[in-house]
Design a protein around this ligand. Structure first.
Ligand code: MG
Length: 162
């Protein structure tokens, strides 16, 4: 294996939850006023979940379901900040560093532009990185998928796994 491929590792993450009335909408740790929110065991934060999966994927550490199973009562209603912080610990333990994360939220309503900066700050704080290392974007499904919240994320790490 070349030195280059040992030192850079990319990962991809995706998450989606169905929306229902009477549920809180939390994205990147920001609670957003909305008529509906995700049906989920934890807080249903699809952005944080996609980022967790991208980071775990880059480190070849499995997926969010393996680390935080939705059958575990500890994670019922849990803030996804806990998941981000735990993944951060696992990366640090292995000498892996986050270079950058890019992400896209897909949600028809409400519009998210005014909340993006706060999401980036929250995620950066939970992961111990600078806000400039995390990009959060948002778009709608153009009405094709109005009943779900979804997020995609990619992460680039430096360091090598044993
Ligand atoms: Mg999820």
């Amino acid at each position: 294996m070349s030195e280059l491929s040992q030192n850079f590792r990319c990962g991809i993450g995706y998450d989606t939850h169905r929306l229902a009335a009477g549920r809180k909408l939390v994205l990147g740790g920001v609670e957003i006023a909305a008529l509906r929110g995700p049906v989920s065991h934890s807080d249903g934060d699809v952005l944080s979940h996609a980022i967790v999966d991208a980071l775990l994927g880059a480190a070849a550490l499995g997926d969010i379901g393996r680390h935080f199973p939705d059958t575990d009562p500890r994670w019922k209603g849990a803030s996804s900040k806990i998941f981000l912080e735990e993944v951060r610990r696992q990366l640090v333990d292995r000498g892996l560093h986050i270079l950058n994360i890019d992400s896209v939220i897909v949600l028809d309503e409400p519009k998210l532009a005014q909340h993006i900066a706060a999401m980036s700050l929250n995620i950066a704080a939970a992961l111990g990185i600078e806000p400039s290392q995390i990009s959060v974007k948002a778009k709608t499904s153009e009405g094709a998928n109005p009943d779900i919240a979804a997020a995609h994320a990619v992460a680039l790490l430096s360091g090598s796994t044993a």
